[in-house]
Design a protein around this ligand. Structure first.
Ligand SMILES: Cc1cc2nc3c(=O)[nH]c(=O)nc-3n(C[C@H](O)[C@H](O)[C@H](O)COP(=O)(O)OP(=O)(O)OC[C@H]3O[C@@H](n4cnc5c(N)ncnc54)[C@H](O)[C@@H]3O)c2cc1C
Length: 426
């Protein structure tokens, strides 16, 4: 850990995930002194990328949506070298792959969508109506709509069970890490809007390039890695090694579980969604296209998969392909047999080549996302201040996403600046 300057900070921030880093930049821009304390050896929290034998392995399959407004304020998109997925998906159904194209983003795909056996013609009209509604609305208005579960909302639109099971369940289930689709319909609208308005991308150097770009703007005095906070005190925080850091305000920018441990009197969402992500290396890609593949058959462990190196060639060394497979897992019990089960399923999809794929890694992420189930998601954006001198931010205070984490960090910073300015004035 770097030496902590002796004087008191305006704000001590616990956690260098997207929320904590965004808050730090905003507070610094507002002229306040900040000190970010991160327990891990690197920044990024849930956005991590491991480099292994020339492969870039994101910790769990994630995508960056270019339509998110908050990242646009803080990130240099060209520097991230964002590589795009083809809009739409390939859906595995009845033993074949079917294209479910997005003709709004690729007009040439209209004919393909109309002919696709994934969903009826009426389904496609209803999806067009849903798309128009979420794109014409504002996010604020979407957060105020009645809070149903996603599955109730999809059925309420009159969509057929066939399209729900073959497309929406694996697609939204993969986004929310929630196969049952009990997640709030407000988040469903949020996701639908951002997928409709922008591209799904991967930064060429992996997802962790996003928080690293934010962290690069902070000085060594402002960011302290490998510095776990043990508890909050009346004057700031006490580090796990017993040292104290004093601050006028403390901002807890951890996930909900750690925030709850630090602030036992508050009531945060403690239930988390978990997921497993398996990585394989292959001599040739199972599909050429940079496209998301969904399991629309409703059986087998695989929910979705893709070939990240077909999206961003930097994800694999020359001559190799990287395959990412997502399994929505509720417990770690199945991890031992998971690789074999995944291979058995994908052999049916891609043939015997799958048996020659090299298993690089399985990531098991027990606290991947806060469970944001209906009808409890009210309000969607929760106030950051929890006591006179303690504020909270993070994706559990907003929509569980890159956008939500960063916006919640910026909103918390704004509230802190306002409070400190008022206390100076009075
Ligand atoms: C598998 C997976 C897939 C996802 N897919 C997507 C996607 O496709 N698109 C999307 O937009 N979002 C996605 N997300 C969500 C997105 O990654 C998160 O919402 C976001 O990264 C959360 O950021 P955060 O700053 O709120 O929290 P975190 O990233 O959890 O950061 C909290 C930080 O606090 C630190 N900390 C905790 N306790 C202490 C302590 N005592 N002392 C010091 N530091 C501490 C932690 O080490 C961590 O660095 C996904 C997440 C996962 C895990």
């Amino acid at each position: 850990m770097g030496e902590l300057p002796a004087d008191r900070f305006d704000v001590a921030i616990v956690g260098a995930g997207l929320a904590g880093l965004t808050a730090a930049l905003k507070l610094r821009d507002d002229g306040l002194s900040v000190c970010v304390l991160e327990e891990a050896e690197d920044v990024g929290g849930r956005l991590q990328t491991e480099e292994r034998a020339g492969f870039l392995l994101d910790r769990g399959f994630q995508v960056f949506l270019t339509s998110y407004p908050e990242p646009r304020q803080w990130l240099d998109f060209p520097k991230l070298q964002l590589m795009r997925f083809v809009p739409g998906a390939l859906v595995r159904k009845d033993g074949q792959f079917h294209r479910f194209a997005d003709p709004w983003r690729r007009p040439s795909a209209l004919w393909s969508l109309l002919r696709s056996p994934v969903g009826t013609f009426a389904d496609k009209l209803k999806i067009a109506r849903m798309r128009r509604r979420v794109c014409r609305s504002t996010t604020e208005a979407l957060y105020e709509t009645p809070d149903h579960t996603t599955i109730q909302a999809l059925r309420g639109q009159g969509l057929s069970e066939s399209i729900i099971e073959s497309f929406f369940r694996p697609f939204l289930g993969g986004v929310f890490l929630d196969h049952e689709l009990t997640t709030s319909s407000r988040l469903c609208d949020f996701v639908f809007r951002h997928f409709a308005l922008g591209d799904a991308t991967l930064p060429s150097q992996g997802m962790q390039a996003i928080p690293r770009q934010l962290a690069d703007k902070l000085s060594p005095e402002q960011l302290h890695l490998a510095t776990p906070v043990g508890r909050l005190t009346d004057e700031g925080v006490m580090l796990a090694d017993g040292r104290r850091v004093e601050s006028r305000i403390t901002l807890v920018a951890t996930n909900a579980v750690s925030a709850q441990a630090m602030l036992p009197k508050c009531d945060f969402e403690k239930r988390q969604r978990s997921v497993a992500c398996l990585y394989f290396a292959a001599d040739r890609p199972p599909v050429e296209e940079p496209i998301l593949i969904l399991n629309g058959e409703g059986r087998g462990p695989v929910n979705n998969m893709c070939v990240p190196s077909q999206v961003a060639p930097t994800y694999a060394p020359p001559g190799s392909s990287l395959i990412s497979v997502t399994v929505l897992a509720t417990s770690s019990k199945h991890l031992v047999s998971l690789e074999r089960e995944v291979r058995d399923q994908l052999k049916l999809w891609f043939g015997g080549d799958v048996l020659r794929w090299e298993h690089l890694k399985t990531d098991w992420i027990p606290e991947a996302l806060p469970r944001q189930a209906a009808p409890a998601l009210t309000p969607v954006v929760k106030p950051p201040q929890v006591s006179d001198r303690v504020f909270v931010c993070g994706d559990h205070r907003h929509t569980a996403s890159i956008q939500g984490a960063m916006e919640s960090g910026r909103l918390a910073a704004q509230a802190i600046t306002q409070k400190l300015r008022i206390s100076v004035a009075s």
